[in-house]
Design a binder for this molecule. Structure first.
Ligand SMILES: *[C@@H]1O[C@H](CO)[C@@H](O)[C@H](O)[C@H]1NC(C)=O
Ligand SMILES: *[C@@H]1O[C@H](CO)[C@@H](O)[C@H](O)[C@H]1NC(C)=O
Ligand SMILES: *[C@@H]1O[C@H](CO)[C@@H](O)[C@H](O)[C@H]1NC(C)=O
Ligand SMILES: *[C@@H]1O[C@H](CO)[C@@H](O)[C@H](O)[C@H]1NC(C)=O
Ligand SMILES: *[C@@H]1O[C@H](CO)[C@@H](O)[C@H](O)[C@H]1NC(C)=O
Ligand SMILES: *[C@@H]1O[C@H](CO)[C@@H](O)[C@H](O)[C@H]1NC(C)=O
Length: 370
């Protein structure tokens, strides 16, 4: 009996000892797990070295580092050397496209089109260094930007053609010429003496619902319009566009969207660079006035009817002096297209000093449609 009892006691004791040991091991494992998960959350999932050590993410002093998370439309450009300095005279600006260097970047660029088409996703699982700016890049009008409702509280900067973007990247701009009287150009230099066509238009996508289509249909009741482009089965090769348009008195720079500041190459390139006077439809008269000198374009909102516009254009083409007054701005300005993605990226370095250190777009959709 006694023996039995002791044996039992020993057994119980043994068992409780094993239980205790097991519990200790379990507790130890639990702590290990907690520690590891903490470690993993602190580091990027592939990053091994600790963050924030000796990293200048304020962008001051040394280079401002810009990471292109993926290339717009999948077309990679070279980033060899100091591209911003070498090509655009913008100092202190370093572009890169290696994702593994994410933690060094002061700004990371996400082009909207690929997000919209779900070809790319945002790396929302990555920890953001405190000064890093996620930059939303788009050149599309709101109408063509799809659903932006799930991009609240994601981006710190916007980069679009809009003047009120953090980094404005218009499709083009006018640069004041240096006051070098020696190279003074006469207006005549800009007007081909061979203007033969009153109004030209290039359109590939004709949509009856577009306001521009309605204006076109009304306009041809008053004056003829020479139409080129896919829609009319008269496609123009790139190198043919400017020479062809240079023979037109007027070019219809009609945008497909009527949106704030949405002024595309239809103004800067097709009209201004060819020497045809642009007749514009799209953004408001005020928007155009803000980026283009008076008497360099004709805005359709300035006329009470399309017929009145037609009569005005015909009249203008018949009055050399009046017509020349629409070319006079060329004495003071030259046209610059902004057509390279690399140049657009470099522009961040012209603006970042002036932007507030801590910003976020809580409702990108509202901003874009605002
Ligand atoms: C940033 O750099 C400029 C010029 O190098 C310097 O004058 C300024 O003190 C710097 N500011 C900070 C906050 O480091
Ligand atoms: C104008 O047209 C004529 C005949 O088509 C041509 O010989 C001449 O080179 C043209 N001039 C300019 C400046 O394009
Ligand atoms: C609009 O009309 C006013 C008054 O006729 C004129 O001074 C101005 O140049 C016009 N602007 C455009 C862009 O057509
Ligand atoms: C057209 O031009 C003629 C003469 O050049 C002028 O009398 C007339 O008022 C103009 N009409 C319009 C609508 O500008
Ligand atoms: C940045 O701000 C300075 C001073 O406020 C101003 O002179 C400069 O033009 C601004 N730069 C840009 C790109 O807005
Ligand atoms: C950028 O936006 C994120 C997301 O809202 C925010 O947590 C972060 O503080 C912002 N960073 C900067 C530098 O503004």
């Amino acid at each position: 009996m006694e023996l039995h009892l002791t044996e039992k006691a020993v057994c119980v004791e043994k068992r409780s000892f094993f239980h205790k040991k097991k519990r200790l091991v379990l507790i130890f494992l639990l702590f290990l797990l907690l520690f590891l998960s903490h470690l993993i959350s602190k580091l990027g999932w592939w990053q091994v070295k600790p963050l924030y050590i000796n990293q200048d993410t304020s962008g001051n002093g040394s280079n401002f580092i810009i990471l292109v998370w993926y290339w717009p439309f999948g077309v990679r450009d070279t980033l060899e050397g100091d591209v911003c300095m070498d090509h655009y005279h913008i100092p202190g600006c370093h572009l890169m496209d290696q994702r593994s260097l994410y933690h060094q970047a002061n700004a990371v660029i996400f082009h909207h089109r690929e997000l919209q088409q779900r070809l790319q996703v945002l790396p929302l699982d990555l920890l953001r260094p405190p000064h890093q700016k996620w930059t939303w890049l788009s050149l599309e009008s709101p109408e063509n930007s799809g659903d932006l409702s799930h991009y609240g509280n994601v981006f710190n900067w916007t980069m679009t053609y809009r003047r009120d973007a953090d980094i404005p990247i218009p499709y083009g701009e006018l640069i004041r010429k240096q006051a070098m009287k020696s190279s003074f150009d006469s207006i005549e230099d800009f007007i081909t003496p061979n203007k033969s066509t009153l109004v030209c238009w290039v359109v590939s996508n004709f949509n009856d619902h577009h306001k521009r289509s309605q204006v076109y249909k009304a306009l041809i009741k008053t004056i003829p319009v020479e139409v080129y482009g896919k829609w009319n089965n008269r496609p123009l090769a790139n190198e043919k566009l400017l020479p062809t348009m240079s023979h037109c008195y007027f070019y219809l720079s009609f945008e497909n969207s009527l949106s704030k500041d949405y002024i595309t190459e239809k103004l800067w390139h097709n009209a201004y660079m060819s020497g045809a006077v642009p007749v514009v439809l799209g953004a408001s008269l005020e928007d155009y006035k803000a980026v283009a000198p008076p008497n360099s374009f004709i805005h359709i909102d300035n006329f009470t009817s399309v017929e009145e516009l037609g009569i005005y254009l015909r009249n203008l083409s018949q009055n050399q002096q009046e017509y020349a007054s629409y070319q006079a701005w060329r004495r003071d300005y030259k046209v610059k297209r902004l057509a390279s993605w690399v140049e657009r990226f470099c522009r961040i370095c012209l603006y970042h000093h002036n932007l507030s250190a801590q910003t976020v777009y809580p409702d990108l959709e509202a901003w874009v449609r605002g």
